[in-house]
Structures are given as structure tokens and as C-alpha cells.
Design a binder for this molecule. Structure first.
Ligand code: C2O
Ligand code: CU
Length: 446
């Protein structure tokens, strides 16, 4: 497949609608084009995506294109655009320079809008993609519903716990359906692109012990496939896996194993879907031993040029605060286009946080002093309690306002985020001085 550099157009209408998550269980969802998740947007590497977003919700929204290296003005955050008000339309336009699995989601009142279903997948195909018999995108989510299937609201204590743990519910959704069944043919190999679109749930994938091959992460293909039987996928992350070939009439579950991320709620095992293997069909799959070469941006011992600290602290007013460099909604220092960034990110708290950088891929150079097992492009990476990673990323020529944050939506909303500017030093006007110093207290929405 050769790059085509085509323009691919989509319209996404955000609205409120009834969504049946299993026969007879209907919720009042918010989403795109009347479905949860919204439609899968497809393009080939190098194409231009034009997405017209029409907002027919009762409140403003913004759409973020998680993982895509687009211009700052198209990033879909309150930093770079005015919210799309009810009745308004906004046209996003950007090329997709990388192949892989991405996703779009609301970036406005996220704890509510994403919980109600405002997200969808994006698949960008590559020239060197392995040939598979079937390619699917599977978006993992959960909802916390009350008995009458409305979105559960909490009293003060419940709210406090949800602020701490993030919102996890026991309605478990894959592609918007509870207890979903997936049919595949014996003898075939499928690519499953898995996106964790949940507010806070950690998804530790297991196919009841059956091995699968991990072939791609957030930023596309790995150098070579890796055989695993378990795989942790934290909110915001994507992993592509190859499954099969299986024998005829095998039946197994796709489940999440207990993962202790230090919450009030106790970790449990849950079943997400059932896979039924049907009659045997011939396979056209072709999986090379190696996919690509991932050049290292920096050596493991590269000097750190910025430290980012994620922490959780007590607060008189709010009970608990979620902080970056000691501040809520921190304003971080700018970075210059072309200056390699080597950041040490630490999590000094006693719980896990998935760190997400908008608009750029990074490489993990080390985690708690150790080099990672394999090279990968990431935009979201989980930090375990009391741990540290060193990452490298290159601010290419896409100046503007960017951000990074914890992808547990309640933590992000509670302040565990920072804005920063990517500055083109050759541009005639530098951004306003006030935006150029380090973290300081900023107004929060709480
Ligand atoms: Cu998927 Cu700012 O996030
Ligand atoms: Cu967090």
C-alpha cells in the first residue's frame, strides 16, 4: 500500500440519545453520530483528515485527537480553541503523519462527557502493516450506573472517593456493549487494536492464559512482535495485538485481571467479552519477523533537562489535591522547537497515574533506573507509586500551547496537569512573558 495523500472527510454530530448497551438495558448517552463509541475514523498515513464537529448537546464541547501529531491549533483543548457551543460547528483539519491506533474524545467537562460516551477510535494504516485476516478496533470502557440505568451521582463521601480513585463502574463495555461476543474463524490471525477509553479503570488484558503477540503501542508498530499472556493497558493507552490461530469451536473470555493501583475499591477480575471460534477458514496473514526500526532519541544516561513531579496532597478545602510540581493546573516552562527534551517524571504519591503528553511521542529511556525491555513510541505511560521514569521527546516545528496530564479523568480535573508552550525561537513575536515562567498557582475549576 502506497501513501495516497488524500483528504478524508467526516462529520461528527455530538448529541444526546438512547443507547442500548445490552438487550433491554438502555442509557441516555452522549456521543457522536448516535452511537457509543462514535464512528471509527480511518485514513492512510499521510492523508489529511477533515472532521466537522457539530455540537447538538445542551452544553459546550471540544474534541481532542489523542496521539496525533497535529498542529497545536487543532489539538482540541481549551488552551487552543474556544469551546464549541450548542448549535455551533467547528472544522478540524490535520494530516495524520503516523500510522497506528489513535482515538478522539471530548476534552471539555470530560469526567461527565467521556463517561457518557463521547469518544471513538481512529485507525491510520501503514505501508508496512502486517497482513492479517481481520483488523478490529476494541474500545474498552466502563460506566457507573444507578439502578434505573441513569449515570450515578454521589453524595459528599462518594464524590470524595471518586475524586481519589477516579470513576469506575461495574457496567463494562467493549465497543459500547456489555457482555459482547466476538466471532472469529479458526486458523486465522486477527489484529485487535485495543484502546482504553475508561475514566480510570486499568485494563489488564488476559485471554484466559492464551498467548498473543503485541505488535504496536501508542505511536505505532514495534520493532518486532512480542509474545505475552497478560498486558496492562491504562487509561489513554493503546496496544495492538495479534491473536490466533485458534482451533475450531474454542470459546474463551477476554478479561481484565486484578490490578492493584491503590484505590479504595478492591481490584477484581472481570469478564469483558466472549470469543467464539467458528469453523476453519484459510489464512492470508503474513507477519514478518521485524516491522521497523525505532531510532533512540537519547541514551539512557542522557542529562535530564526538566523534572516533572506528580503528587497527591491533603487539602483543607478539598480533602485531597492532585498536583504537578506542587501546583494544581500548573503552568510549566516553555520548550524550544528542536531542543531535545529529556524529562524525569516522578510519581511521589502512593497510587498509580498514567502520564499523557499531548501532540508528541516520547520514548521511555529508563524506569526506576532500568532501561525498558523494548523500544516503543508512547504518548501515555503508567507511573507506579513512588516511581520515576526518564523520557525523551523532540519538539518538532509545531509551536503553540500544549499540555500533559494524568489520564485518570478525575485526577486531571482535580489539577494533575500542566500547560506549556512550544516556542519557535525564529518567530518574530515571542509569547507573552507571563507564560514563560515555571509553575505557579492558577485558577482551578473547583
Ligand atoms: Cu486523551 Cu488530554 O487527553
Ligand atoms: Cu492520576
Amino acid at each position: 500500500m502506497k501513501p495516497t495523500n488524500k483528504t478524508v472527510e467526516y462529520t461528527l454530530e455530538a448529541s444526546e440519545f438512547d443507547w442500548e448497551i445490552r438487550p433491554g438495558k438502555v442509557i441516555r448517552a452522549w456521543g457522536f453520530n448516535g452511537m457509543v463509541p462514535g464512528p471509527v475514523l480511518k485514513a492512510k498515513q499521510g492523508d489529511t483528515l477533515v472532521v466537522k464537529v457539530i455540537n447538538n448537546l445542551p452544553e459546550a464541547t471540544i474534541v481532542h485527537w489523542h496521539g496525533i501529531r497535529l498542529p497545536a491549533s487543532m489539538d482540541g483543548t481549551g488552551e487552543v480553541q474556544k469551546p464549541i457551543e450548542p448549535g455551533e460547528t467547528f472544522e478540524y483539519r490535520f494530516t495524520v503523519p503516523d500510522a497506528g491506533t489513535f482515538w478522539y474524545h471530548s476534552h471539555q467537562n470530560e469526567t461527565e462527557q467521556m463517561e457518557k460516551g463521547m469518544y471513538g477510535g481512529i485507525v491510520v494504516e501503514a505501508e508496512n502493516d502486517p497482513v492479517v485476516d481481520e483488523d478490529r478496533i476494541l474500545l474498552i470502557d466502563d460506566m457507573k450506573l444507578a439502578k434505573n440505568n441513569t449515570f450515578k451521582r454521589h453524595g459528599a463521601i462518594g464524590r470524595w472517593m471518586e475524586r481519589h480513585d477516579g470513576r469506575e463502574g461495574d457496567t463494562l463495555l467493549m465497543n459500547g456493549k456489555e457482555a459482547m461476543t466476538l466471532y472469529m474463524h479458526a486458523g486465522q490471525v486477527e489484529r485487535w487494536r485495543i484502546v482504553n477509553a475508561a475514566s480510570a479503570r486499568y485494563f489488564k488484558l488476559s485471554l484466559q492464559g492464551k498467548p498473543f503477540k503485541v505488535i504496536a503501542t501508542d505511536g505505532g508498530l514495534l520493532e518486532a512482535p512480542r509474545t505475552e499472556t497478560e498486558l496492562l493497558i491504562t487509561p489513554g493507552e493503546r496496544f495492538d495485538i495479534l491473536v490466533g490461530p485458534f482451533d475450531e469451536w474454542e470459546v474463551f473470555h477476554m478479561e481484565t485481571l486484578p490490578y492493584n493501583r491503590v484505590t479504595f475499591a478492591r481490584p477484581k477480575k472481570h469478564k469483558y467479552a466472549t470469543v467464539h471460534v467458528m469453523e476453519k477458514k484459510p489464512s492470508n496473514a503474513f507477519i514478518p519477523e521485524g516491522f521497523t526500526q525505532i531510532p533512540l532519541l537519547a541514551a539512557q544516561d542522557a542529562a535530564v533537562n526538566r523534572k516533572v513531579k506528580m503528587s497527591v496532597g491533603p487539602s483543607l478545602k478539598r480533602g485531597i489535591d492532585f498536583l504537578v510540581n506542587g501546583e494544581m493546573h500548573c503552568q510549566d516552562k516553555p520548550v524550544m522547537v528542536g531542543d531535545l527534551q529529556v524529562w524525569e517524571i516522578s510519581n511521589t504519591s502512593l497510587m498509580d497515574h498514567p502520564f499523557h503528553l499531548h501532540g508528541f511521542f516520547f520514548q521511555v529511556l529508563e524506569e526506576n533506573g532500568k532501561a525498558p525491555e523494548y523500544k516503543a513510541w508512547k504518548d501515555t505511560y503508567n507511573l507506579k507509586p513512588k516511581s520515576k521514569i526518564k523520557i525523551a521527546w523532540m519538539p518538532d516545528n509545531r509551536p503553540g500551547r500544549w499540555m500533559y496530564h494524568c489520564h485518570i479523568l478525575e485526577h486531571h480535573a482535580a489539577g494533575m496537569m500542566a500547560h506549556f508552550e512550544v516556542v519557535d525561537p525564529t518567530a518574530p513575536v515571542l509569547p507573552k512573558q507571563e507564560k514563560l515562567h515555571g509553575c505557579h498557582a492558577s485558577t482551578s475549576s473547583l
